[in-house]
Design a protein around this ligand. Sequence first.
Ligand SMILES: Cc1cc2nc3c(=O)[nH]c(=O)nc-3n(C[C@H](O)[C@H](O)[C@H](O)COP(=O)(O)OP(=O)(O)OC[C@H]3O[C@@H](n4cnc5c(N)ncnc54)[C@H](O)[C@@H]3O)c2cc1C
Length: 437
Amino acid sequence: MMLNPGKKNFDVIIVGAGLSGLSAAKVLTAAGFTCQVLEAQGRAGGRVRSAVSEDGCVMEAGAQFLNQDMEALLGLVSEAGLDTVSTVAGNGSIALDASSLIDAAPWLARLEDDWPRLLESVGVDSGRPDQPLAQLIRHATSDAKGIRVLESALGELLCRPPSTTSAQGLLELYTRYASERDDGELQVLGPLDAVIDRLVATLCAPPLYNAPVTEIIEKRNGVEAITPQGNYRAKRVVLAVTPVAAKSIKLPAAVRDKAGAALDSYGAGAIVKISLTYRDAFWRELTEPENRHSIGSIVSLDPEGITVTDASRAGEKIGRLVVFAGGTHGQALARADDSRRRQFAVSIPSRAFGTAADQPLSVTQGIWVQDSWCGGGYNSYINYGGLPDAAARLRAIEGPVVFACSEIAERFPGYMEGALNAGEVVATSIIRELGRI
Ligand SMILES: Cc1cc2nc3c(=O)[nH]c(=O)nc-3n(C[C@H](O)[C@H](O)[C@H](O)COP(=O)(O)OP(=O)(O)OC[C@H]3O[C@@H](n4cnc5c(N)ncnc54)[C@H](O)[C@@H]3O)c2cc1C
C-alpha cells in the first residue's frame, strides 16, 4: 500500500530512520498501521553507514561487527541477500606507550573476570552510591600500568574519559548483553546499507528526509511533530533517536516531567573510526612480548582512548585494521584534516608492527564527532551524577510519546541488534495499546 505523499495524518510518527526507527516502522506497517518516519538527515541508517575504500572494498564507516546470537540482525542480513564471515583476529593484546610495548591482555581479562563481582558489590542493586567508572577500574587493579590500560580501553569503548561516566550505568548496561559470544565474531559480506535499504523497502512510504523534528505537541486526540517541512499528526510518536539527540527536541510538559531526568543523564561521546587495508595481515606473524599469542588488538596509552583492532576476515587475502579514536583525542582528530588523520591512524600500527604498516592500500575515515543527530560516539552513555537506571525509566514510559533507541534496548543495548530490539518492542506495545490486532 502506498501512502499519499501529501498526507500528514498517521497512526504513528517515528522520529529517526536508524535501525530502531525502521524496525518499529516495519513491525507497525506489517500490522496494518499507517506510519511516517521523519529523518533529520538526507539518508536513512543513522549510525550504520557503508563506504567504499580507495581500492574498491566495501567498508563500514559506522557499525560493523555482530555475533551469532544477534538473531534479528542476522535475519535481516539474510533477507537483504547478504552472508556473514568470521573475523579472524589473534587473541593477544598489546598496550603501546611512547617508548614501550606491554602485554595488555591480562589487564583486560582481569576486568572481564571481575565484572560479576563488581556488579554485585557496587552495581545498582548493591545499595551503594554510584561512582565514576575511573574509580571502578581501581577495584579491579591497583597496578599503575593496569589502570592506564583499562582507562584507555574503556575511554575508547565509551568514546569519553571514564572519569565522566557512571560505573553503575555501565555495569547495568552489560547485564543486557544477551550473549556469551564475543561482539566482534562476525562481519557482513557486503554493505550494511543494504540492510537499511531492505528495511526501508518494507515500509508503506519512504522516510521523509531532511525533516528534523524540533518539537512534539500534545493534542486532544494525539500528537503533532513539528518539522521545517511541515507538521505531522498521529496517535503516537516514537522517538527513535539517541537520548542525547532527544534532549534537543521540545517535548510536551508531561513527557518532559517523566523523561527529562533520564534523558539528561546521558552524555555525548566522540569517535573517529579509520579503517586500513593491507596486502595481507602480516602482523599475524608477530606475537606479544610474552610470545604466546598473535596480536589481535592494540591499546594506545599515549595518547589514550585509542585502540586498533584486527578486522581481517576468514578466506580473504587482504588484512584489515580498524583504528578507533575516542574521547578527547577523537575530538582533536575530527578537527584535523584528512591527511593528518591518515598519518595518525597509520602511526599506531607502525609503532607496534614496524614499517610494514606504513603503507596501507586504503584508508577509510568515519568521523562521527560532528554528527550531533547520532550523538558523536558509538552510543550515548550515562554520566557520573546521572541516573544509572535511566534506560529502564525511558523504556517504562507509556502514552502518546514513547522512546526506542539502541541505548535503552532490553537486549544488546548499544548494538545494532539492540536498536532492532528496541524498535520491535515499542511497536509491539503500540499495537497492543491501539488494539488493532
Ligand atoms: C563508529 C561506530 C561503530 C559502531 N560499531 C558497531 C558494531 O560494530 N556493532 C554494532 O552492533 N553496533 C555498533 N555501533 C553502534 C550501532 O551503530 C548503534 O547502536 C545503532 O546503529 C543505533 O541505532 P538507533 O536507530 O538506535 O540510533 P541511530 O542510528 O542514531 O538513528 C537515529 C536516527 O535519528 C535521526 N535523528 C536524530 N535526531 C532527530 C530529530 N530531531 N528529528 C529527526 N531525526 C532525528 C538521526 O539522524 C538518525 O538517523 C557503532 C556505532 C558507531 C558510531
